[in-house]
Design a protein around this ligand. Structure first.
Ligand code: SF4
Length: 421
């Protein structure tokens, strides 16, 4: 770690943050990064010198903004400390510029804090340009120069295009379990599309399910290595996309996970406890073979599989235009409990929807399902409740209904705020 003070800036290169994604109620940095502290702000840059976090020192204590690798600014809001942890199991409420936060009606780009922080970054760049002029060959000034270059709007645009070339467009949704690694996952598609193409879904691509060839998957791993470059050392978690990777052949799932782990050097990451995330459908969970879970359990990852159940009520399935019935949901839920009990390194969680157009029977079916776990709940697994985008229910409805559901369910229950990449 090298630190220097110049013209009112404190610059620290290769600063070591926490090697664990701890859940804490203050801004904690993870992995290795460069930090520039001014009188009013703290700016953090990744190992490619790209801006990652901006935190105000005076304005809103404890809040910050993050720029993810798809160049979306995410506002880590404490929402007045009004019980964010009860809703999310996290201390921070992620607010995006592309969708309103359903819990507190916040768009990140509309906040005064974002505008101030963005202007502060522009001012920082001007200050860095001035410092470099005085001694362009100085080692730290070389880093400052790189910071200016890679954070130019054109460079960011190019980087996003590169990212979307690998992912074949926007990663429309990440599993809710990715919250355990602050959504810092490498999104490797091993499948495209999904089995059901449900009428209600706002994240589907509307294409038939298909597994990708292992050659294409391995090629993407190589491309990701180049894309993340030096900052790959801050990553150790993988999302196997797209919407139903569990439905791929077992060999593809295991080969993709193992190869990504080795080729992306997760064993050397600054971050500890590597995690693997995938979505599964009710049918893919019911049909998955014991051998797949045995193999997943022996990988160097802790694996989260998130299953889209949505309801356990047949009338609701017809309304959602999802081709499922309650009997199948019960079968999948029982499998989820068994797998969570049997495999130490695998945790299955389930998603359900909420909205003011859904009936009492829908909510009761979720509660009854959760209670059917009885003594089979082994402290693993959770229910995630996703407010339906089309419902447009006011945040007061979402908060009240969710807290009632959380209190009534016999499973750990959280709100699922859909996050893209
Ligand atoms: S809810 Fe899941 S299965 Fe249904 S359309 Fe969306 S992604 Fe596909």
């Amino acid at each position: 770690m090298e630190s220097s003070k110049t013209k009112g800036l404190k610059i620290t290169v290769n600063k070591q943050g926490s090697p664990y994604y701890l859940k804490v109620s203050y801004p904690l940095r993870f992995g290795k990064f460069t930090e520039i502290e001014t009188e009013d702000y703290i700016f953090c840059f990744d190992l490619n010198n790209r801006i990652k976090f901006i935190q105000g020192k005076k304005e809103t204590i404890g809040e910050q903004f993050k720029l993810n690798c798809a160049a979306d600014w995410i506002y880590y809001c404490v929402a007045g400390y009004k019980g964010v942890y009860s809703f999310l199991g996290e201390y921070y409420l992620p607010c995006f510029g592309y969708a309103k936060n359903p819990l507190f009606d916040i768009y990140s780009y509309n906040t005064k804090l974002f505008k101030n922080i963005f202007n502060a970054f522009l001012k920082l760049v001007q200050r860095l340009e001035y410092i470099i002029k005085s001694d362009p060959l100085n080692e730290i000034n070389q880093i400052l120069k790189a910071i200016i270059t890679v954070n130019h709007s054109e460079a960011i645009k190019k980087r996003v295009e590169e990212f979307y070339k690998i992912t074949s467009g926007v990663v429309t949704v990440l599993p809710p379990d990715c919250r355990h690694v602050d959504y810092e996952v490498i999104p490797l598609n091993i499948t495209y599309g999904c089995l059901y193409n449900c009428g209600f879904c706002s994240v589907k691509k509307g294409i038939k399910f298909k597994t990708r060839s292992i050659t294409d998957i391995l090629y993407d791993i190589k491309r990701f290595k180049t894309f993340y470059s030096a900052d790959i050392a801050n990553y150790n978690s993988l999302f196997l996309g797209e919407h139903d990777a569990l439905n791929a052949e077992s060999k593809i799932i295991i080969d993709a996970a193992k190869t990504a782990y080795n080729k992306l050097g997760f064993q050397y990451s600054y971050m500890k406890n590597p995690m693997l995330f995938l979505f599964g459908s009710v049918d893919s969970l019911i049909n998955a073979k014991k051998e797949l879970f045995e193999a997943l359990n022996s990988l160097p990852f802790y694996t989260y599989i998130n299953i889209g159940m949505e309801s356990a009520d047949n009338t609701t399935f017809r309304l959602l235009k999802k081709p499922l019935v309650s009997k199948k949901i019960k079968e999948a839920f029982d499998n989820m409990l068994l797998i969570n009990q049997k495999y130490m390194n695998i945790e299955i969680t389930a998603n359900f929807v909420m909205g003011d157009m859904l009936s009492d029977e829908h909510y009761q079916s979720i509660i009854t399902l959760s209670k059917s776990a009885g003594k089979s709940f082994y402290g693993k697994g959770a229910f995630y409740i996703s407010p339906l985008e089309k419902s447009g229910a006011p945040s007061s409805y979402v908060q009240k209904k969710f807290l009632w559901l959380k209190n009534s369910c016999a499973m750990p229950t959280y709100i699922y705020i859909i996050q893209r990449l």
